[in-house]
Unconditional design. Structure first.
Length: 349
């Protein structure tokens, strides 16, 4: 990763609340300038130099009010608008080269870059869906799971823990509380495993999420528009389009539902939605819908359909879409269960 990329990877500008000892020292050195700062840094020990260099590399743009807070004697300069300074990895590296041997500077900088890469890896891991993280941890030892969750954002860990089940959640939480510093070689092994097992599959995970999003979009698309789009997509990206279609739930899929579930959907529809939707159904679909209703309701529906004159195609498609959406809402509530995305069995009379 380039020094420019590292500089741009800073989060929000530093605030007074973020300040600690090494950060204050780093801002002071930046205000002194490379020459004076380098001369002063030569008087420090290696451990202090590494802490200050690490802090300096993560500072990014420093607001003038923060500089003023750290260096009160610079108040007038800060107020005039010239007091802001910028900390970056390149600035820290340049300062170190003023008084340190090349090899020692290289070792410090390489350590910082590795630390930055590790931080990026943990941020990437924490950004995954909590169910993906939980499923991965289910195959790990409790101590390893605790070490991993201690390294992700607490908000992420809070979502993942309950997904592991009550008993395991308690065991892992207890280990997280009692855990001391994990040996470096063990953390490096965990991080390397995460890169290979999880983060290397991030593109696949993203593709799955994209396919589901597009399936949801196509479910709401006008039937005629979807049919026009289908031919082009099937020709240009057949594999991806097929994966998306497998995740869609459309009007024809209603007939894969058990009869009692389909009857539940029909009973909850508003007004003329059901008779309008049936006007566009195939004969075998209409027959099946009728079979799901009691005799009296069936006769009332047939009379209503017979009394309706010609209808517009878009009204029929809207009614069928409403029927599908209602079925999905019942599934979200746990009232019915929709067919699996991988279930391609057709309804047989």
């Amino acid at each position: 990763m380039s020094t420019n990329a590292l500089s741009k990877s800073r989060r929000k500008p530093i605030t007074v609340e973020d300040l600690n000892g090494p950060t204050k020292a780093a801002i002071t050195f930046l205000c002194l300038g490379e020459q004076t700062g380098s001369e002063l840094m030569q008087k420090l020990g290696t451990a202090e130099i590494e802490r200050i260099t690490s802090a300096m590399s993560h500072l990014g743009p420093i607001p003038a009010e923060v500089v003023e807070h750290v260096l009160k004697e610079f108040t007038q300069k800060v107020v005039s608008g010239t007091g802001s300074v910028v900390g970056s990895l390149s600035t820290a590296e340049s300062m170190l080269r003023k008084f340190m041997p090349e090899e020692q500077v290289s070792n410090i900088m390489e350590g910082l870059k590795n630390s930055e890469r590790e931080s990026a890896m943990w941020r990437g891991f924490g950004a995954l869906d909590e169910t993906v993280i939980a499923n991965y941890l289910k195959g790990e030892h409790d101590q390893t799971a605790a070490a991993i969750l201690n390294n992700v954002d607490t908000g992420v860990a809070a979502k993942v823990l309950p997904l592991l089940g009550p008993e395991r959640m308690q065991d892992i939480a207890e280990r997280m509380i009692a855990m001391e510093a994990v040996p470096l070689h063990m953390m490096q092994q965990i991080e390397e495993t995460l890169k290979q097992d999880i983060l290397s599959n991030a593109m696949h995970t993203n593709s799955v999420e994209t396919h589901q999003r597009m399936a949801d979009l196509f479910n709401q698309l006008d039937v005629q528009a979807f049919e026009e789009l289908s031919g082009a997509l099937d020709a240009r990206i057949p594999d991806a389009f097929q994966a998306i279609k497998q995740r869609m739930f459309v009007f024809d899929d209603l007939f894969k539902l058990p009869m009692q579930d389909l009857a539940q959907v029909m009973r909850g529809l508003d007004g003329a939605t059901l008779p309008m939707a049936m006007r566009g159904a195939k004969k075998e679909q209409r027959d099946h819908l009728m079979e799901c209703l009691p005799q009296r309701s069936r006769q009332m529906l047939m009379d209503e359909m017979a009394a309706t004159g010609p209808v517009r195609g878009r009204d029929v498609r809207a009614a069928q879409a409403a029927m599908v959406e209602y079925a999905k809402s019942l599934a979200d509530q746990g009232v019915i269960e929709l067919p699996s995305a991988a279930d391609d069995d057709e309804f047989i009379e």
